[in-house]
Design a protein around this ligand. Sequence first.
Ligand code: C2E
Ligand code: CA
Ligand code: CA
Length: 579
Amino acid sequence: MSEDYLAALSRFAIESAHAQTVDDVLWLLTNDIVASLGFEDCVVYLTEHSDFSLRQVAAYGNKSPQHMVVDNPITLAFGQGITGRAALLQRTMLVNDVREDADYVVDDLERLSELAVPILVEGKTVGVIDSEHSHAHFYTLRHQQTLEALASIIAAKYQQDSLVQELKRSEEAAMHAASHDSLTGLANRMQFLAWAEQLLHNRSEHSMYLAMIDLDRFKSVNDRYGHEAGDRLLCAVSKRFNQILPKGARIARLGGDEFAVLAGSHIASPEEMGQILVASLQEAIDIQVDLVVVGASVGLALLDANIQKVSHWLRRADAMLYQQKALGVSGYRIYPEEQDQSLPVELVIHAELTDLIERNGFDVALQPIVALSTSAVVGFEALIRWNHPVLGIIGPDQFIPIAERLGLIRGLDNCVIESVDRLFERVGPHQYISVNLSAASLSLLDKNETLMKLADRVGDRLCVEVTERSMVANFELAAVGLEGLRAKGVKVFLDDFGTGYSSLSYLHKLPVDTLKIDQSFVQNLSPRTKEESVVRTIIALATSLELGVVAEGVETTEQSQHLMSLGVELAQGYFFGMP
Ligand code: C2E
Ligand code: CA
Ligand code: CA
């Protein structure tokens, strides 16, 4: 007999360790264990902590004729009946003969003895196991001890389960914090990107679009009334967006005064959405210290088949927002649909440039620089190209101004420097490569590791081209940076010479080695013209300052011969080689 009990106990301990939930453990007890103890019935109650009541959750015997269901489950108060008393007093209650128990309310004389064992976790009654029997004096000390052991196994499971649930709750809270903006309670950028990513990968039959929203006068409210008022404004704006957005649209705050919405045309067309968003901020907003009308600029872009990445999608909307902002009035603008061929090139550039720089998707063309007397190729100028899948070759004059405006120009310069690093393998061992540097790169030369590494490796075969204009922009920094490069053997070319300041007093202070005569003088070069005298002056200047000269944009034999007769040694242009 006692061995049976032990076997039942250890079986229960093992199986409950594998069970998923407390409920599973309770049914395990009532279905598999109780019968082996010889009980007629058994009911397990769990505490409802809100009102100290006990709820029947699992049963064996006539309370549960059907598997895994308690028939007419009842609720008992703590203190009510033997079960309630076990819960309240937190100890085992054994009644050997209900007829002799003064406290016992006899309602069912079929049951003469009863054993109730509380399930205790950290001093709290979390439930009771109760068994009744038709014989008086049925329950033995062994029964009691076994049931108590079972109760403590359940208690352990219960504790583990609530720990897990607690963990889940704090995990959910952490998830919420990570995906939401703490000021406005809206989803944050991370969450928004995840949504967009989802839409991109599980394209629906509806056409989805993205709207970027920027508040028009947020900065002035912030400056005028302070950050607290600014925060109140952001909260009020968030609330208003939440009120006016059609059901199904998702909104997030991307940062600062930038918001974004994801929606589908089945909810509202992009035009409607644009109108809704703009109109919502045309009403005054109460920021407590004042009533303000902020206004919104909105850029929208549909998700079309050409969009492969979220960043691409965002940039299209951003490009529209940027255009709307440039108008200086509230309003919205939608990225033109599906006709990339006829799109203004500038829009495409704006939308795709960041991505291209990130993955260095440019081509670099090399245009030969030739010694006029021998026709030997002494070096090459590296010229960036964008070979666009739809628009074909896009020249730097089209995208460099946009890169500058978007603050991407240094990244672009570095793309070229990286490519040039590889191109050195393809040119002769004594030929140099000359790289154009933007003003932005020029003021941060010593921090440019890509360039410095290249200069360390092949400094004596590397040239950089800078313009006077970009030098003046940040003279001290540029001069120090260029001197650093020259110390590594790098030669400095002064590009487009003749079009800038070209002030004598100033030229001798510039750390340069060679002047590049701008192509405008070369192309209009013929005897006794103004251009000819400019070229002569430049050559004289270079000679007296001991600088080299390269003529740019040579297209004809005449130009080439004319330059040679004036004493120019080096030249480049379509006449010698297309870039
Ligand atoms: P740049 O530095 O003055 O480059 C010379 C430009 O003249 C190049 O135009 C070249 O293709 C063009 N060219 C060469 N030979 C002839 C010729 O015989 N006739 C005519 N009409 N043009 C000729 P490209 O490649 O369109 O570059 C334009 C400008 O973009 C460059 O002017 C330079 O300022 C900038 N750029 C080019 N590549 C880079 C780069 O990698 N980084 C930076 N920051 N700027 C670059
Ligand atoms: Ca150049
Ligand atoms: Ca030039």
